[in-house]
Structure formats: C-alpha cells, structure tokens
Design a protein around this ligand. Structure first.
Ligand code: NAD
Length: 350
C-alpha cells in the first residue's frame, strides 16, 4: 500500500468483505483535515484488486481537493465496490455496505456515484447514519443536478469574463456535449441568458426536449468538437480533452460539469498554450457536493447551498486569474489552492 504511486498519505484505506452478500468494498479516507470525509460510492467491474485500490486512492484524493475548493467542512473519501452494477447488486450487499460505513463511526459519509443509485444508498442508510443523497429524512437534499447545472452556467460566465472581457452571454455560441441532468439544466440557464446553443447527445428524447425548450441546434456526437463556437461545455463523459479533440476545438473556453475531462493532467498545459481558458472540472462541478453537504449538516438550506455556490464561483475566478497572471495551467493552480486549504485546516473551509 505505502509504495503504490497513488498513495498520498491517505489517513485510512479500509477493505471490507461480506461473506453472505459477496460484497467486496474498499473505503479510502484521504483526509479528514477539514472535517469528516465525504464522497460517493462507485460500483465498477475492476479487472483486478490492484486496479480497485488505485481507483479508491485516486478518487478519495480527488474528493479532498473538490471538497476543499467547494468550501464545505468535509475531507475526501470514497467507497468502491467490485462488481457489475447491472447484475451483481443485492439488498444484502447494500446493507453490508451500510454496516461498513457505520463501522468508520462518521469519519466517512457516503452518497451515490457511478453505478450506484439513490435506492442502493437508501438500503445502506438502514444500517448507517452516515449516508446522504437520500429522498427521505428531515434534511433530504434530493437531486443535486440543478445546483451542478447552475454552477456550470455561472462557471461559463466566469471563464467568459476572462476570455472575452464580458460575462454577458447573449449572442455567444455554446457547444454542449451531453444534455442529461446537468447539461439540461445548464442549457436552460444559457438559453435564458441569450446564448445560442449547439447540442449533442445519443439520447434522442433528451435531445428533442432540450432543443425544443432552448431553441438549440442539434449536431452529431462526433461533430460537437468542430462546431464554430465560443464555449465548449462537456457534460457527459471523461477524457474528452485529448490531443485529437484539442486540435479540432475552435472555442476560447472549455467549461462543463463532466468529471475528469482532461485525458491526462498534462493536457491542462496544452490547453493553456492553445489560448483556451479551461475551468477545472472539479471546481466548476462542485455544486452537487455542496448540495449533499447541506444534507449532511442535518438541516438542508437552499440559501446556504446557493451562497456556497457563489463563493465557489469566486474561487473559480481566482483560479483562472492566477493561471493567467502566472502562466500556469488552471488544473495545476486549482490543485495548489486545494492543497493549501487542506494544509491550513478548517478555518479556510467556512
Ligand atoms: P446524465 O446521465 O443525466 O447525463 C449524461 C448525458 O450524456 C446523457 O444524456 C447521455 O446520453 C449523454 N452522453 C453519454 N455519452 C455521450 C457522448 N459520447 N456524447 C454526447 N452525449 C453523451 O448524467 P449527469 O448527472 O448529467 O452527469 C453528467 C456528468 O457530470 C458526469 O460526468 C457526472 O459525473 C458529472 N457530474 C454530475 C453531477 C450531478 O450533480 N449530477 C455533479 C458533479 C459531476
């Protein structure tokens, strides 16, 4: 463990096995310096236990950075379950997950992530107090996507201010990749602000709905990179910013809600050199975790959530300004600010 390249002084890496349900789960707690760790549970059919450990280590570190930037009183943690999310789930498995989370006595809060839905976490919540993203309970926060989508819209404004000298989006063309939950909400805000939208998705129903509501033009999935636009907003998959797509993009801003947009961290510098302003994914998409944090606090408050979102957008502006003034890629600047906040301790989180 201690020799693994992705081990970054994690506070705890806990492996759980449940004989009856077959649960194989790792809960990695990267840091509790800013408060109890928080991050979703991912279910994935890993090819090996080593791959699973690496994923848990990376994702939990990523949550430390994301939570620090979001200014919420939480450190970073993540649970990963080894299995096929379509065929291997059972009630017993999620009850066992709940017991595993409970055994950490509040050092880790869980919620949904890839392969896991609200119903799974609600089963786990029968065994643990440390689960969020629920539809029941006094502080239930529900779907985080509206907050994430609003953050994407506000983040596009922050980046546009730096790229074009104004954050007025009327008449700007935004190419939106993926118009599901987050992309759909972002499109609505963009259309309301007068932006022209060009959208793509493989889900015909989502496409038709958003196109009708936002007067958007539809293009094919692979054509989105070639659109003559001011802004590219990825809201579907990871690794969409790679050397091939970067060559094709004609935009001045990349700002969207998808996780892990850069194929490699080095892409951040290549994007900067090509004169494009990139809003780091884990900063611009922090609205969802802010929403979950409000639920964890025990008293959900929409006002608190949107105040925190506004502060997060100021932080995004700071990242972009430092990047421009120091000639450093935005993803590197964001990591540096996050690490400084974690090192400084809780006062920075409020
Ligand atoms: P979603 O499933 O509702 O929407 C994703 C959409 O992308 C779907 O409509 C899907 O058909 C489409 N899509 C898939 N592959 C595509 C492709 N190749 N080209 C174009 N469209 C494609 O998911 P979501 O909740 O909107 O999340 C979108 C992204 O944002 C994900 O990367 C997610 O991890 C990230 N994210 C979401 C939240 C949140 O609050 N929901 C918070 C933080 C980050």
């Amino acid at each position: 463990m201690f020799d693994l390249p992705d081990f970054d002084a994690h506070e705890g890496v806990h492996a759980f096995h449940d004989q009856d349900s077959g649960l194989r789960c790792i809960i990695a707690i990267h840091s509790t310096a800013l408060g109890p760790s928080a991050g979703g549970t991912r279910m994935w059919n890993y090819s090996s236990g080593a791959e699973m450990v690496t994923d848990a280590l990376r994702l939990s570190q990523g949550m430390s950075y994301k939570n620090a930037m979001a200014g919420i009183p939480h450190g970073g943690g993540k649970a990963v379950i080894w299995g096929n999310s379509k065929t291997d789930k059972s009630e017993a498995m999620f009850l066992a997950l709940g017991r595993a989370v409970e055994s950490l006595q509040g050092r880790y809060y869980t919620a949904e992530d890839v392969g896991i839905d609200t119903a799974d976490i609600e089963i786990a919540a029968r065994e643990t107090k440390y689960a969020a993203g629920l539809t029941f309970g006094a502080a239930a926060s529900g779907d985080p996507s509206p907050v994430t989508g609003k953050g994407v819209f506000l983040g596009i404004k922050q980046a546009s201010l730096r790229a074009f000298g104004t954050d007025d989006l009327s008449g700007r063309t935004v190419a939106v990749q993926g118009v599901g939950s987050v992309g759909g909400y972002a499109c609505q805000h963009l259309a309301d602000a007068g932006a022209k939208l060009v959208i793509c998705d493989m889900d015909q129903e989502a496409l038709t709905r958003v196109a009708a509501r936002c007067d958007a033009k539809i293009v094919g999935i692979d054509e989105i990179y070639d659109v003559e636009a001011d802004v590219f907003s990825p809201n579907a998959l990871g690794a969409v910013i790679n050397p091939d797509t970067l060559k094709r993009l004609k935009v001045k801003v990349i700002a969207g809600g998808a996780n892990n947009q850069l194929a490699t961290p080095e892409m951040g510098e290549l994007v900067r050199q090509s004169g494009i302003i990139y809003a780091p994914d884990y900063v611009i998409n922090g609205g969802g975790i802010i929403n979950v944090a409000s639920e964890i606090s025990g008293a959900y408050s929409k006002t608190w959530v949107y105040d925190k979102l506004a502060t997060l957008m100021d932080t995004l502006g700071e990242v972009l300004d430092v990047s421009l003034s120091q000639g450093k890629p935005t993803n590197v600047v964001a990591d540096e600010i996050a690490m400084a906040r974690i090192a400084a301790g809780p006062q920075e989180a409020h």
